[in-house]
Design a protein around this ligand. Structure first.
Ligand SMILES: [Zn+2]
Length: 145
C-alpha cells in the first residue's frame, strides 16, 4: 500500500473562487500585461521567472451588470441595464522562480502582489490574511508575538 500525497501546482482556490491555472511557461521577452514581477527573487536568482495565468471561476449564481439592446418605440435601439451570468476571468498571474521554485501571484482584480506560502497550496487554496488593527489591549500584543 502506498500513500499518495496530492500537492497542488498552484492554489486551487483564490479568495473562495476556484481557479484554473495554465501551465508554467517561460516569461515572454517583453511584458505588456501583466507587469513584470519584482526584478529579483529573495533567493538572489536573476533568472527570468516562469509565468502562468489563472482564470477565476465565477461563484455559483454570480451575475455581472451589463446592458442589452432592445427595440424601442419608433424603431430605435435602446440600451437597457440587465444582469448576465458571470464567466471565468483570467486575472491572476503566477510567477515561479526557476531556481528556488518560490511562487508569487499578481492579483489584477486588487492590483496586489502576493508571495505564496505552504498553506496556499492546500485544498482551501489561498485566502486573504485577516488584517486586524491593534485595539490597545495586552491580549493583542501577546497573540502577535
Ligand atoms: Zn528564487
Amino acid at each position: 500500500m502506498s500513500l499518495v500525497l496530492v500537492k497542488h501546482r498552484l492554489p486551487p482556490v483564490w479568495d473562495g473562487q476556484r481557479v484554473k491555472w495554465d501551465k508554467f511557461e517561460p516569461s515572454p521577452k517583453t511584458f505588456i500585461c501583466p507587469p513584470p514581477p519584482p526584478s529579483r527573487c529573495d533567493c538572489g536568482s536573476g533568472n527570468a521567472p516562469l509565468l502562468a495565468s489563472g482564470a477565476r471561476e465565477p461563484k455559483p449564481g454570480e451575475m455581472f451588470a451589463s446592458t442589452k439592446r432592445v427595440m424601442g418605440r419608433f424603431g430605435r435601439w435602446l440600451e437597457r441595464p440587465t444582469l448576465v451570468p458571470a464567466w471565468p476571468l483570467r486575472d491572476l498571474f503566477a510567477f515561479r522562480c526557476p531556481d528556488c521554485k518560490a511562487d508569487g501571484v499578481w492579483d489584477m482584480r486588487t492590483d496586489e502582489w502576493w508571495t505564496l506560502g505552504p498553506e496556499d497550496y492546500g485544498p482551501q487554496g489561498s485566502e486573504r490574511p485577516i488584517e486586524r488593527e491593534w485595539s490597545g489591549g495586552l491580549f493583542d500584543l501577546l497573540e502577535e508575538s
